[in-house]
Design a protein around this ligand. Structure first.
Ligand code: ZN
Length: 101
């Protein structure tokens, strides 16, 4: 991160890693969600109840999608198929906060 920011022109860089609160996919910004769609990846839903993963097609916005394979090219993505526009696409898996007991 330091090298990338310095190469972009910054003189002094301080990187701080925050582990609390833990990151969840609800923290992806609207800009980030839009960029994922532009890249053909459906962003994870916000405020999702466990087990209720509904994916919208990043190309046409249809909710008539089906999971083809839970395992995508990376651990955080799955393969879906849109029944509306007939395109296959990837969806980013939701990262939910851990239940604290
Ligand atoms: Zn579609």
């Amino acid at each position: 991160v330091e090298e990338a920011v310095k190469q972009a022109g910054a003189q002094a860089v301080t990187v701080e890693f925050l582990r609390h609160p833990p990151w969840t996919s609800d923290r992806i910004s609207e800009v980030g969600r839009e960029r994922l769609k532009q890249f053909g990846i459906a962003p994870p839903p916000r405020q999702m109840a466990p087990g209720a993963w509904q994916v919208e097609c990043p190309y046409c916005g249809a909710e008539r999608t089906v999971m083809e394979n839970l395992f995508g090219p990376t651990a955080c993505r799955s393969i879906f198929y849109c029944r509306q526009c007939k395109n296959p696409f990837e969806a980013m898996k939701p990262v939910l906060p851990l239940a604290m007991e």
